[in-house]
Design a protein around this ligand. Structure first.
Ligand code: GLU
Length: 504
């Protein structure tokens, strides 16, 4: 199937917010599709009506929009293979279930939950399969006519897949290599339930992957146990030749200790496990999201891409385009990837440094507004530009670092930096500097630098720390010339006067 067009799908069940592991799965699908000039499909697997959560589908779509992962077709995107929401494909599934029934590859079963439970009590490790199906209430024990009579009478039933024992099932996985099992260990899985007239996940997933011409199934490791059954279903339908290739991605693991990453780890250690903030419609509980926590989508993408794959070089900062060209599905790791959320913060810091100030400024401007400061966009942009190098993981960390840009400081000789730098002679030096600055026409960074450097060299005065006390009130902030140029002459002189008055 080498000449087959690459078509992948991301097929979430709308049972809640999208977990960050699901985002990584979608990302790997996206990278693979783009790399091969293929298509990426968005399918909603909502056959489990009991677990449906309103708003989940919209949430998932919005998450990918924010992250910059684009779909070519699917729910909300259109396409030739629709409908893409499984609950709208009942007729299609009914047809294929009927095909298996007609060919004797599936059968009706009428066992009630009570009857099944009784069997489970009676037989240790009970499994509905070739050795036990003859003891159950199904088409094979009752006969087709009786089964049809029961159905006509309105009895609820399921359709089960008739797994033939003694067959070798071979799952060729692009990441894990060959997985071989004997069909005997599989049970006769339910494919369809009359109670809600819907197929189960397995049937719908296979039929859709076939009809949507999916070439590669890239999904989380938790679906690996279903793969042998899926292979048997492809065979039963006669689709073995166009069966998609499988790739099961490694789990995301807790940042500390053992086991799978969970929402509780996020709550415990203080990081989001969802792309966007999620408001649970039932409980009202709010869970934090990467977007609202101040992550840049590019940083999240870069971070997630390297959880389970790496380019084999030291390069850590990879744009979406870099990832598309360098990603290699077959080089994904087989073992789980520790969710190093601190590394995620580091990525955000790196991306903040390299992102345009104009794009970062609105976030900071909103924070300023919360502080009652309404600063013009260019001023906010300039501050972000001066301060983003200061090792901040998030834009919100900027406020305590640069409040003095917007609010005149107060002065305090108990402040450590002030005490150290406001020594004898500081007041006289600042008076002299004030005089110099007052007479300066060119108050730009270069203009100040030329005048002050010359004055400092001539007099031997090192004015910078005391000047910082005047303009900032303590030992933080950017280069003094940058700061004074930003404040402007009037405000600079005003702060120097205030300091001289308070500290003299
Ligand atoms: N609906 C499944 C999920 O929620 C899809 C599994 C698959 O990709 O086959 O993840």
């Amino acid at each position: 199937m080498t000449d087959r067009k690459v078509r992948v799908r991301f097929a979430p069940s709308p049972t809640g917010p999208l977990h960050i592991g699901g985002v990584r799965t979608a990302l790997y699908n996206y990278l693979f599709a783009r790399q091969h000039g293929g298509d990426m499909i968005f399918r909603i697997e909502d056959t489990d009506s009991a677990r449906f959560v309103p708003g989940a589908e919209e949430y998932i779509i919005e998450s990918f929009k924010w992250l910059g992962i684009h779909f070519d077709e699917g729910v909300g995107f259109g396409g030739q293979h629709g409908p893409y929401r499984q609950s709208e494909r009942r007729d299609i599934y009914r047809r294929y279930v009927q095909q298996l029934l007609d060919e004797g590859k599936a059968y009706y079963a009428f066992d009630t939950p009570e009857e099944l439970n009784a069997k489970r009590e009676e037989i240790k490790n009970f499994q509905y399969d070739a050795t036990t199906r003859s003891m159950m209430r199904n088409q094979l024990t009752l006969g087709l006519e009786e089964a049809q009579r029961l159905i006509a009478r309105g009895e609820q039933y399921v359709v089960r897949f008739k797994v033939e024992p003694g067959e070798e099932v071979h799952v060729a996985d692009l990441i894990r290599g060959d997985v071989r099992i004997m069909s005997d260990i599989l049970d006769d899985k339910v494919l369809y339930k009359s109670a809600d007239d819907l197929p189960t996940y397995h049937l719908a997933n296979i039929v859709d992957d076939h009809l949507m011409e999916v070439s590669h199934v890239i999904r989380g490791e938790e679906w690996l146990p279903s793969a042998p059954l899926h292979v048997l279903l492809y065979r039963a339908f006669g689709w073995a030749d166009t069966m998609p290739a499988f790739a099961h991605l490694p789990l995301l693991l807790k940042p500390d200790g053992k086991g799978k990453l969970s929402k509780r780890d996020g709550d415990r250690l203080g990081f989001p496990v969802f792309p966007l903030e999620w408001h649970d419609p039932k409980s009202g509980e709010v869970s934090s999201g990467y977007r609202e926590s101040g992550y840049l989508p590019e940083a999240v993408i870069n971070f997630l891409a390297l959880l389970g794959w790496n380019p084999g070089t030291d390069q850590e900062i990879l744009s979406m385009d870099d990832l598309i060209s360098q990603f290699d599905l077959t080089k994904c790791s087989k073992s789980g990837a520790k969710f190093d959320y601190v590394k995620g913060q580091w990525f955000n810091r790196e991306y903040i440094i390299h992102t345009d100030n104009a794009r970062l400024a609105p976030t900071f401007r909103a924070i300023l507004q919360e502080q009652g400061i309404d600063a013009p966009a260019e001023r906010v942009e300039a501050v972000v530009g001066m301060m983003k190098m200061k090792k901040i993981n998030f834009i919100k960390e900027l406020w305590p670092l640069c409040d003095f840009f917007f609010i005149a400081p107060t002065y305090d000789l108990d402040d450590k930096f002030t005490r150290k730098n406001w020594k004898d002679g500081a007041a006289a030096d600042m008076k002299a500097l004030r005089h110099l600055l007052a007479g300066l026409d060119d108050f730009s960074i270069a203009g100040q630098k030329a005048a002050i450097d010359a004055w400092a060299a001539e007099t031997g005065v090192k004015p910078w720390n005391a000047w910082r006390v005047c303009l900032v009130g303590t030992g933080k902030g950017p280069d003094m010339y940058e700061l004074a140029a930003f404040l402007g002459k009037e405000e600079t002189l005003r702060r120097m006067d205030a300091a001289l008055q308070a500290l003299a």
